[in-house]
Design a protein around this ligand. Structure first.
Ligand code: NAP
Length: 449
């Protein structure tokens, strides 16, 4: 008698990634199960999450000392979906014994380190649903008796090199953002992306301390890197290179901020391609290539004090671009081209930091043969339904949902925290509705169908 391998247990959803979006989903799942326990008509949903990292971590390399959140703490993982949840930031503060101190602080914008601690506190409390150290490397279709793709197996590689399958009637992708580099740029021991800034700086404080850095970009990450390097290495020169004339402030005025509201997702989703492009054009400066005005003031003050002292440690190469990078044993020679005057300047630096932004992952990279079932839009991007389900051929009856990577369909809040709480509610409602409508495979088996 041959042994047939047992199929893995089937879940209502398998989450890929366990950053803030899928932690919020795990909280939503837990709250859904608590409601279902009190309401026999609502079937409880089961879920499991896979995370490549060994423990929860969110942009750890940018947890700089004084950096604050750019979004109100009220846009935490739950409050805008369920203000009564005990997973809100205020519950965290209460548990940490800092609620009154925070109130006295009179701010909506906690330190990033504190918000990271909040996220880790949430992740820990729903940690029974996650498998850490498991990197999703592929998704395989599981067909029902009618030949339709009714479930998916997510194949994950674990730290010991073993492979593991998680089966779900739905998969929710939340792989996060990938550091973006200029074409042709290559990372090395001296050339970094800001994503890993703090890790790369470890051990550099000891003598001989670095003498010179180049930071490329003019967004929030670039400005934070410049400020951190300038302050941390008081003997070093910090060169900034960007194509703008000067750092530009982020627009967080109240009417413009409505672009991050849940209603804006409806408006954006229903708009024509032309109108979508216009909205993004008008309001790009709420998020991209912009800097918090207080930080701009801090940097200006530093540059001015340099002038007074005649030191010029902060060297601005505005309307400029990096034309060439040569790495040698002792450092990096960065050729900076002044786009206004055409002059080329060779800057000798110990380290070059690209703070050139992030890209959202395309889920089709993981989908293998399933990718051919994904409907594409006129520009080849994946089409996504309003409930964040990837549009697929009718052969696919399971759900593939996206958290992130939907800026082209759902707007600018796609990769941000602003709308996470409401979005996971929408995804869970969609999955609940589909679960209620469909007879689950194991129930079908139980009924002999
Ligand atoms: P970003 O806003 O996309 O800015 C990227 C910068 O790099 C821009 O100045 C861009 O210039 C430049 N750039 C892009 N490609 C380039 C190329 N090939 N060559 C030269 N320059 C290039 O990215 P970010 O600053 O990392 O910010 C991303 C998000 O993270 C934002 O939502 C931001 O608020 C958030 N963030 C938050 C915090 C915080 O909470 N404290 C800290 C850091 C970041 P162009 O304008 O010409 O494209």
């Amino acid at each position: 008698m041959t042994n047939t391998p047992q199929p893995p247990p089937s879940h209502d959803l398998v989450g890929i990634g366990f950053g803030p979006s899928n932690v919020a989903l795990a909280i939503g799942l837990r709250e859904q199960r608590e409601r279902a326990a009190a309401d026999p008509a609502a079937p409880p949903l089961s879920g499991v999450f896979l995370e490549r990292q060994a423990e929860f971590g969110w942009h750890r390399g940018m947890l700089l000392d004084d950096a604050t959140m750019q979004v109100s703490f009220l846009k935490d993982l739950v409050t805008t979906r369920n203000p009564a949840s005990d997973f809100g930031f205020l519950s965290y503060l209460h548990a940490a014994g800092r609620l009154h101190d925070f109130i006295n602080h009179k701010t909506l914008f906690p330190l990033r380190t504190e918000f990271h601690d909040y996220l880790a506190w949430c992740a820990d409390r729903v940690g029974d649903q996650v498998r850490y150290g498991a990197e999703a490397v592929g998704v395989e279709p599981v067909r029902d008796e009618g030949g339709r793709i009714a479930q998916l197996d997510v194949v994950a590689r674990t730290a010991d090199g073993a492979y593991h399958r998680s089966r779900g009637r739905n998969v929710v992708f939340a792989p996060g953002l990938t550091p973006r580099l200029p074409a042709g740029a290559r990372l090395s021991g001296r050339v970094w992306h800001n994503e890993y800034l703090l890790q790369r700086l470890e051990g550099l404080d000891a003598a001989p301390a670095p003498r010179s850095f180049v930071v490329v970009g003019a967004g929030q990450s670039a400005a934070e890197c410049v400020e951190h390097l300038y302050r941390r290495f008081p003997e070093a020169q910090v060169h900034t290179v960007f194509t703008r004339y000067g750092y530009s402030p982020s627009d967080d005025s109240p009417f413009a901020n409505r672009i991050f509201d849940p209603e804006a997702v409806d408006d954006f989703y229903g708009a024509s391609t032309e109108t979508k492009a216009e909205i993004m054009g008008y309001h790009r400066n709420t998020n991209y290539s912009v800097v918090d005005p207080d930080l701009i003031d801090t940097l200006y003050q530093a540059a001015y004090q340099d002038k007074v002292k005649g030191t010029e440690r902060l060297r601005m190469h505005n309307t400029s671009r990096v034309a060439d990078v040569r790495e040698g044993p002792g450092g990096v020679t960065v050729t900076v081209e002044d786009l206004a005057g055409g002059k080329h300047t060779a800057v000798e630096a110990d380290y070059l930091v690209y703070a050139t932004g992030y890209s959202a992952a395309d889920p089709r990279g993981l989908l293998g043969e399933l990718a051919e079932h994904v409907v594409g839009d006129s520009e080849g991007r994946p089409a996504v339904e309003r409930d964040y389900r990837l549009a697929t051929s009718d052969e696919v009856t399971c759900g593939i949902y996206l958290q992130g990577g939907t800026e082209h369909t759902h707007g600018i809040s796609s990769s941000l925290l602003s709308n996470v709480a409401v979005r996971v509610g929408e995804i869970l409602d969609a999955i609940s509705a589909r679960t209620g409508a469909a007879v689950r495979p194991e129930e079908a088996a139980a009924f002999g169908r």
